[in-house]
Write a protein that binds this ligand. Structure first.
Ligand code: NAG
Ligand code: NAG
Ligand code: NAG
Ligand code: NAG
Ligand code: NAG
Ligand code: NAG
Ligand code: NAG
Ligand code: NAG
Ligand code: NAG
Ligand code: NAG
Ligand code: NAG
Ligand code: NAG
Length: 621
């Protein structure tokens, strides 16, 4: 096939003639296709024969012209003439074969009223003749055979009129733009089980297409628009789907190797039971994508946006989801190895019963992730956000949660082996009945309100020194008395409780304590953190929580009174210290100084609260 092509290309004039012929040919095809089929077939053969004669004359003209030019180059003369003769012989031969095929198929079509498949013998005959002619003709003519069959509705598969079976046909270098209506539209084409090498579908609009079981090698679908297509059991090697538009297309049990889906538009797309290797989906935006039971090796989804991606029971190896936004992705019972989710954002992903080995969740947002009963090993969660994620019954080994945010996460009855929570935020994390070593909770950033495996609750160290009044010491320590007199005294209500109490009505009193933030809060890692102050105070006592800048000016302030149990102060980048300022507001209307008191002053920080507000954007409720 290749050598024939080379021969043709040595003579420009022949090529030009053929091109002219091709244009005329497709023009008349368009014309005849508008007529009724019986008439179409009769006219078709006449037109073809007529055109071939004209073409042969033109070829002879070209031959003479070429020969005249060649007279100057004596050496090459003989060689080229011989080639041209051979070429012309081949042209005549191919013309003959082509005409004979069209006539024979025309007769079959007439005899069976356009429905060759209605007769088993006719169908077999048509199949054999067509496969045979494909082998005999060069690609350009095969394009016309396909166009002839397509226009005679023999490649349109409807329940009434079946398409002829061309499976196992091998077609090279077919440019389907030459078979399409106006070079751009192909509807109702059924070409199943064939083999296409170097086929071109660039920019064609296709609908109701059946390419199931067809093998595509080095094919370009770039800029095509594909609606209602069936590519099930198809195989794609070295194929480009860049900037292709798909809707309602199925790729069940399809094989992809070296396929590029960059900048494609999928509305919903199905790849169940597929086999994908070296496939590139980067920077796509997909509303629904189904990879159930598929195997994906070296597939790149980085920088994509995937809503409702379903990878249930799929196997993913070296897949890249870096910087990808995945909303409600499903991975239940999937096997993931070496998958890169770094800097990805996953909202409500489902990894239940999945096996995760060697994964990278570095700086990943795993909001409300479900890892129920998952097996996770050698996985990096460094600086990830797993707020409200569920790891119940999961088994984790050699996992690193350094500086990650596990606020409200649940590890109930999980098994943890060599899991490191260094500087992690475990605010309200639940480890009830978890199987883990105590040391795994050393050096966390926060364990405020953590439920420990033995069901007891853990707390962070109070950032306030002597927040609890101690009546065993005469003076108040830890606090700076600003004015007035405050002492500790046993409450007159419950004689066991010691409280901070006002000593003189005349002036009232104030005292304060400052807490340095620099070693407690990294504003880059934990943006949107909040200081939380809780205390018990009587009426007439107020506690200000102030964020102070380096120059002591107040950045922001919240006030706690007897009507509130706690206050939250959002931390700002410019805050250097926190100040807790207690005011005993003396009024003559109060008779008993013992009625002015405060106690149980606690201050701690809730880290990284910004994600919940973002989560609400994608997952309301
Ligand atoms: C089947 O083919 C026949 C003959 O070409 C045509 O008349 C008929 O409309 C076709 N039926 C359908 C459903 O396409
Ligand atoms: C692929 O097919 C096109 C025609 O569609 C042809 O022009 C081109 O030379 C072919 N490429 C190769 C590598 O054969
Ligand atoms: C496509 O071709 C396959 C056979 O390869 C057949 O099973 C299927 O029904 C055809 N039609 C559609 C619409 O997929
Ligand atoms: C697609 O073709 C396959 C056969 O290859 C067939 O089993 C399946 O039903 C077809 N799908 C649709 C939606 O027609
Ligand atoms: C893939 O296709 C391109 C052209 O589309 C071609 O240049 C390249 O050689 C092909 N690679 C393989 C491995 O077939
Ligand atoms: C496919 O066709 C498009 C559009 O003509 C072109 O830009 C692209 O390079 C082609 N891809 C390959 C792999 O040949
Ligand atoms: C896929 O195609 C796009 C656009 O043509 C190109 O930028 C990108 O490099 C290709 N990717 C691969 C892996 O070939
Ligand atoms: C995944 O893709 C990102 C972005 O293209 C790249 O930086 C990273 O190295 C890739 N990951 C792997 C494991 O190849
Ligand atoms: C519960 O476990 C914690 C940490 O391991 C330990 O300090 C505490 O004493 C335990 N409490 C009870 C009631 O066992
Ligand atoms: C104060 O001393 C009493 C006994 O003198 C003791 O029972 C109590 O625990 C002490 N309180 C504090 C806070 O140390
Ligand atoms: C504060 O009041 C207590 C008890 O009334 C008293 O013993 C103490 O000397 C007073 N301190 C100051 C600085 O006035
Ligand atoms: C202190 O008490 C006075 C008199 O009741 C009242 O006017 C004032 O607002 C109070 N100060 C504070 C800070 O509550």
């Amino acid at each position: 096939m290749t050598s024939q092509k080379q021969n043709v290309q040595t003579d420009g004039s022949i090529l030009a003639t053929r091109e002219k012929k091709r244009v005329k040919f497709s023009g008349s095809l368009k014309f005849v296709s508008s007529l009724l089929l019986p008439l179409t077939l009769g006219v078709f053969t006449v037109v073809i024969t007529f055109q071939q004669q004209g073409a042969a004359k033109q070829q002879r003209d070209g031959d003479r012209e070429a020969a005249k030019q060649l007279r100057d180059q004596e050496k090459q003369d003989a060689e080229l003439l011989r080639k041209q003769d051979k070429d012309l012989d081949k042209q005549r031969y191919e013309n003959g074969r082509f005409d004979a095929y069209i006539q024979q198929m025309g007769k079959l079509l007439e005899k069976y009223h356009g429905s060759i498949k209605s007769s088993e013998i006719a169908a077999t005959l048509a199949r054999v003749k067509t496969l045979n002619i494909f082998r005999q003709l060069e690609p350009q003519r095969n394009v016309h055979i396909i166009r002839f069959l397509y226009e005679a509705k023999q490649l349109t598969d409807t329940p009434e009129n079946r398409s002829i079976d061309l499976s196992t046909a091998k077609l090279l270098d077919i440019d389907f733009r030459d078979t399409a209506v106006d070079g751009k539209q192909l509807d109702q084409l059924s070409l199943t089980g064939i083999f296409l090498l170097n086929a071109t579908f660039i920019g064609i609009k296709m609908s109701n297409i059946n390419f199931s079981r067809t093998k595509f090698d080095t094919t370009n679908f770039s800029l095509a628009k594909i609606h209602d297509a069936n590519f099930s059991f198809a195989e794609f090697y070295n194929t480009s789907f860049t900037s292709t538009y798909f809707s309602n297309t199925i790729f069940a049990k399809t094989t992809f190797q070296n396929v590029n889906f960059s900048s494609t538009t999928f509305d919903t797309i199905e790849f169940p039971w597929g086999k994908l290797e070296n496939v590139y989906f980067s920077s796509n935006n997909i509303r629904y994508i189904n990879f159930q039971f598929s195997s994906l090796v070296n597939v790149d989804f980085s920088f994509s946006v995937l809503f409702n991606a379903d990878f249930s029971s799929a196997s993913l190896t070296d897949v890249n989801f870096s910087h990808t936004l995945l909303v409600k992705a499903k991975f239940p019972s999937a096997t993931l190895k070496g998958v890169d989710f770094s800097s990805a954002e996953l909202y409500k992903p489902d990894f239940s019963n999945a096996q995760l080995t060697n994964l990278n969740f570095k700086s990943t947002n795993l909001i409300s992730a479900n890892f129920l009963d998952a097996k996770i090993s050698n996985t990096n969660f460094h600086q990830s956000s797993c707020v409200a994620s569920r790891f119940q019954l999961a088994s984790l080994s050699d996992c690193n949660f350094w500086q990650s945010n596990l606020k409200d996460a649940i590890f109930q009855a999980a098994r943890l082996n060599q899991v490191n929570f260094y500087h992690a935020n475990l605010y309200k994390t639940n480890f009830m009945d978890a199987d883990m070593a105590n040391s795994e909770l050393d050096n966390t950033l926060s364990i405020q309100d953590v439920i420990l495996p033995n069901k007891t609750s853990a707390h962070d160290v109070n950032l306030i020194k002597d927040g609890q009044a101690d009546c065993n010491i005469s003076h108040i320590s830890g606090w700076t008395l600003n004015n007035g007199n405050i002492t500790t005294a046993i409450s007159n209500k419950s004689n066991s409780n010691c409280q901070f109490t006002l000593q003189s009505f005349s002036t009232g009193a104030t005292m304060y304590q400052r807490v340095n933030l620099s070693d407690k809060w990294d504003s880059n890692l934990w943006t949107y953190s909040e200081a939380v102050l809780s205390a018990k105070v009587s009426t007439g006592v107020l506690i200000d929580l102030k964020g102070l800048q380096r120059n002591n000016s107040v950045s922001s302030k919240e006030t706690l009174s007897s009507t509130k149990e706690q206050i939250n102060l959002l931390l700002h980048n410019d805050m250097w210290e926190l100040e807790v300022f207690i005011k005993f507001n003396a009024t003559a209307s109060h008779s008993n100084m013992n009625n002015y008191w405060c106690d149980d002053i606690k201050l701690y920080i809730i880290y990284g609260t910004y994600l919940e507000s973002r989560q609400r954007k994608y997952c309301p409720r």
